[in-house]
Ligand binder design. Sequence first.
Ligand code: LMR
Length: 398
Amino acid sequence: MFEVLPQLSPDPILGLSAAFKQDTNPNKIDLGVGVYKDEQGNTPILSAVAKAQQVLLERETSKTYITPQGVQGFIDGMLSLILGDKSPVMLADRVAAVQAPGGCGSLRILAELLTRVNKDTKVWVSDPTWANHIPLIGNAGLAIETYPYFDKASASIRFDAMLDALKKVEKGDVVLLHGCCHNPTGADLTHEQWQAVMEVAKEREFLPFVDIAYQGFGDGIEEDAYGVRLLCENLPEVIIAASCSKNFGLYRERVGLAAIVTADTKTKSIAQAQIQNVARGIYSMPPSYGGALVDIILSDVALKQEWQSEVNEMRNRMRTLRSLLVDKLSEYGAQKDFSFVNQQKGMFSFLCISPEQVQKMRSEHSVYFVDSSRVNIAGISLSNVDDMAKAMVSVINS
Ligand code: LMR
């Protein structure tokens, strides 16, 4: 019966890994999937995580189900990481939250919840946005619209156009915003721009949906929460999907948080029961392992400090690699100024070259990145940056 299904083209991001594996060039470079890598190209288990695993091994006495909302210590720890220790919405008991299988699981169950509120809800996403946002949210049955976000020609945010579009969004529509380290562009809103978005949200009464998957990779763990905190402190309702894949390096454990800031405590209880019921109808119970590790880390002063310094180290390394790449491109004679890469934040940068040039990088130089020109900065290293820069220069100067 499955022969009726059409052949699919490869996933725009995951397909790159498969193509990279098949390439026999010993000097191939992988700047595709957003996974942190060290200088040797490995994605090691963070040392705070390795220690938490030992604690968990001794502490865990059963594999029976955990509660439907997930590990409560994980939820509390994550909420204070995202919203702050003295978050007014937490103090007012206005936040419903569940542990979900990854940031993706969180995005999906929140999208399903939105269909329960109104199946005709429109979700506005940035142009461009992470490719998987569209199926994760759209397949729940919601209509997807786009608002302008990034201008490739000037390598900057089209903020006026973005704001004009948001001013036309209707009451009850949902606007997806990247909490920090915008995927794929690496271009983040300034504090003033967040303020302006918050004011338009208040005026138009749309619901901000914040996807925060890279907290700590931009300017710092606290700093990267500026936008989401501003929205939560000034608006009656906000929904949040958070991921521990990148900042805790827990990719395969699928650890995420779905949170719903509601207008009052009574609605919080309703939202809590509804989101648990959504999850029950999709995957029934949350996984425990990754959430338990994050709980152990965030509730232990020494382990939390160790984790924070590991996040700082990853962030600083990616910053150094950005400027190294920019310097090397100029040293090898690039006819284009790439200094904008230094202003971008987090794991990704848009190199702002054409899809044809990206394909040439792949076919002629075995350098793999997404057609949009998004590169995973963490895939660059001291040993491949010269090859990468030379390849870029030969492609863009030709
Ligand atoms: C990415 O954007 O590369 C990551 O979030 C991994 C993925 O699943 O696409």
